[in-house]
Design a protein around this ligand. Structure first.
Ligand code: 8X3
Length: 256
C-alpha cells in the first residue's frame, strides 16, 4: 500500500488510530480525521517521524454534513486522489433498554454511525469512480449480526452498516471499486469506556477473564482486505477473540 492515499475517519483512538499506525508502517499517505485535532496532530508528527510518510489532518465531526462536504471539496490537489476510505468513526453511548435510553444520545450514535458514514461515502466514491480505482472499507461490528441486551440502537446502526456496505458493493458491481465490511467482536479500546459513559472500571471489568482483540488486531484485518490483488474483493471479515463465539456468547475464565 506504499504511496496509496488512505483516508481514515475517527483516527484519534482505537481501531482508527491502529489503522493509521499499520498503514503508515507500510508507507501509505494518510488523511486522518477526528474531532480532536490535538490528538490527531500528535499522531501525525509521531508517524511522520517514525515512518517518513506524509500525513494530512482534517478535524471535523462526520455528523456535520456541510463541514464535511466543504472540507472534502477543498482538499489540496495532492490529497484529492483517495485510494482507500476507511469509514471507522463510530460510537455507542450507554447500555440502556430501547424504552429507557436518551433520545439525544441516540441521535449522536445514529448520526455518526450511519449518516456520517453515508456522507463520507457519498462525497468520496464519485472521485474513485472517475479514477477507476478505490476501496471503501466500513468498520461494522459483530453487533450488526443480532441484537443483544442493552445494545439495540447500536446493533441497529451496525446492521445498517452491513446493509449499506452490501448496497454499495451492488451499486459498484460493474466497476473496479471494492467494498468491504470489517466486523470486529470484543475489542478493548476507549470505545468501551464511552459505552459505559466514562466508567473505566466497568469497561475494564467487562474484559476480565477473556483476552479481547486490540485495535492492532483489527487493523491487521483491515490491511489484509486493503492489500489483496485488484481482482480479489474481501466482502466481509468477522473477527473476534478466540474465546468469543457470537455477540452474546463468550467464555470468561474468571466467571467459572
Ligand atoms: C462493538 C463490538 O462486541 O461490543 O462493535 O458488540 S461488541
Amino acid at each position: 500500500m506504499k504511496d496509496k492515499i488512505v483516508f481514515i475517519t475517527g483516527a484519534s483512538s482505537g481501531i482508527g488510530e491502529a489503522c493509521a499506525r499499520k498503514f503508515a508502517s507500510q508507507g501509505s499517505k494518510l488523511i486522518l480525521n477526528a474531532r480532536n485535532i490535538t490528538k490527531l496532530d500528535e499522531l501525525k508528527s509521531e508517524l511522520e517521524t517514525k515512518y517518513g510518510v506524509h500525513i494530512y489532518t482534517l478535524p471535523f465531526d462526520v455528523r456535520d454534513k456541510n463541514v464535511v462536504i466543504s472540507m472534502l471539496n477543498n482538499l489540496p490537489d495532492e490529497w484529492k486522489n483517495i485510494d482507500v476510505l476507511i469509514n471507522n468513526a463510530g460510537l455507542v453511548i450507554g447500555i440502556d433498554k430501547e424504552f429507557e435510553g436518551e433520545l439525544n444520545e441516540w441521535d449522536i450514535v445514529i448520526d455518526t454511525n450511519i449518516k456520517g458514514l453515508l456522507t463520507m461515502t457519498r462525497q468520496i466514491v464519485p472521485g474513485m469512480l472517475e479514477r477507476g480505482a478505490g476501496h471503501v472499507i466500513n468498520i461494522g461490528s459483530i453487533a450488526g449480526e443480532a441484537a443483544y441486551p442493552g445494545g439495540s440502537v447500536y446493533c441497529a446502526t451496525k446492521a445498517a452498516v452491513k446493509i449499506l456496505t452490501d448496497g454499495l458493493r451492488i451499486d459498484l458491481v460493474d466497476t473496479p471499486l471494492k467494498v468491504t465490511n470489517i466486523k470486529p467482536g470484543m475489542v478493548e479500546t476507549n470505545f468501551s469506556v464511552i459505552r459505559y459513559r466514562g466508567n473505566k472500571q466497568v469497561a475494564d471489568d467487562f474484559y476480565k477473564g477473556i483476552q479481547p482483540l486490540t485495535g492492532d488486531d483489527v487493523a491487521e484485518s483491515v490491511y489484509f482486505a486493503a492489500s489483496t490483488p485488484p481482482h480479489v474483493q474481501i466482502a466481509e471479515i468477522l473477527v473476534m477473540p478466540t474465546n468469543q463465539a457470537t455477540g452474546t456468547i463468550s467464555y470468561k475464565k474468571s466467571l467459572e
